[in-house]
Design a binder for this molecule. Structure first.
Ligand code: RIB
Length: 293
């Protein structure tokens, strides 16, 4: 059997509206009519990977949770349609995760996530799904963090590669990084991790270098329209992003992560996998919503 990608994390339904600008604290603004779209960092990453795998059935597994409410089915619809294995996504007695998303005229978003069912995901789901040597486990920080760290530890024992996207930025400890092979972070997350780990560098790139050194990691720093910066054991690489007309940046980082991880499993080396992720993420910015199909 070919090695598989296990995405362990969040599944949301995104309620998206357009605003002329983002509100100040205490201010009320009118948005456009809202639309409901499938989202969630985990689900977005799983879908991007499945598309990169050319929808090869069950090469990508989504390990997560939805609620037993009206939002669960639409939240999973794209994953189901494009061949993601959902046999270890569970239904729990909490609401499906919801994200309230406002997009301004520059395509920049502001997001409030209500995690609901995403707080009820368990590392045991990954054991049950059969994660094995050579597989990749891809995680984010929108679900039950204790279980995510347990999942990393299990993956390490199994000989799987752990790619962790530390998004959104949260209070984590240095212990967080002990079972991770590749850390993917944006500039805000990098600065937050730098603060928590006592790294006093002024540039995000220098923090990424120090993190790679301190924890023995590959660190991938995503730089939005500026592209991506990677720190490997002995080398560094910076790639520029293709120029695109930005409609909505929501989920672009997730697309990057999913395509990057799938590309590694398909045998690409780091530079080629980064380029594939970057191309897909740029394309994702040209369309509304986090899941481009
Ligand atoms: O990264 C984008 C995602 O963040 C959205 O789809 C939303 O669900 C939030 O989780």
């Amino acid at each position: 059997m070919k090695n598989r990608l296990f995405v362990f994390g969040s599944i949301n339904l995104d309620l998206v509206t357009r605003v002329a600008r983002h509100p100040q604290p205490g201010e009320t603004l009118h948005g456009s009519n809202y639309i409901m779209l499938a989202g969630g960092k985990g689900a977005n990453q799983a879908l991007a990977a499945a598309l990169a795998f050319d929808q090869e059935p069950s090469r990508t597994l989504m390990i997560g949770a939805v609620g037993n409410d009206a939002f669960g089915t639409p939240a999973l619809a794209n994953l189901k349609k494009f061949g993601v294995d959902l046999s270890n996504t569970i239904e729990v007695g909490a609401g499906t995760g919801i994200a309230l998303i406002a997009i301004d005229k520059h395509g920049e978003n502001a997001i409030i996530v209500c995690p609901g069912a995403n707080d009820h995901i368990y590392a045991d789901q990954i054991k049950k799904a059969g994660l094995a040597k050579g597989d990749i486990l891809l995680t984010q920080q929108e679900g039950n963090l204790e279980e995510i760290w347990k999942a990393h530890s299990f993956a390490r024992q199994q000989g799987a590669t752990v790619i962790h996207n530390a998004a959104p930025a949260l209070e984590t400890t240095t212990d967080t990084y002990k079972n991770i092979d590749v850390l993917i972070i944006n500039e805000i997350e990098t600065r937050e991790i730098g603060r928590l780990t006592g790294i006093a560098e002024s540039s995000a790139e220098d923090i990424a270098r120090d993190l790679a050194d301190m924890f023995g990691l590959v660190v991938i720093l995503t730089l939005g329209s500026q592209g991506v910066f990677g720190v490997f054991r002995k080398t560094e690489l910076k790639l520029a992003a293709p120029t695109v007309e930005v409609v909505d940046t929501t989920g672009a980082g997730d697309t990057f992560c999913g395509v990057f991880a799938a590309s590694l499993l398909m045998g690409k080396d780091y530079p080629d996998a980064l380029q594939a992720g970057l191309n897909a993420a740029s394309l994702a910015c040209t369309r509304l919503g986090a899941q481009q199909t």
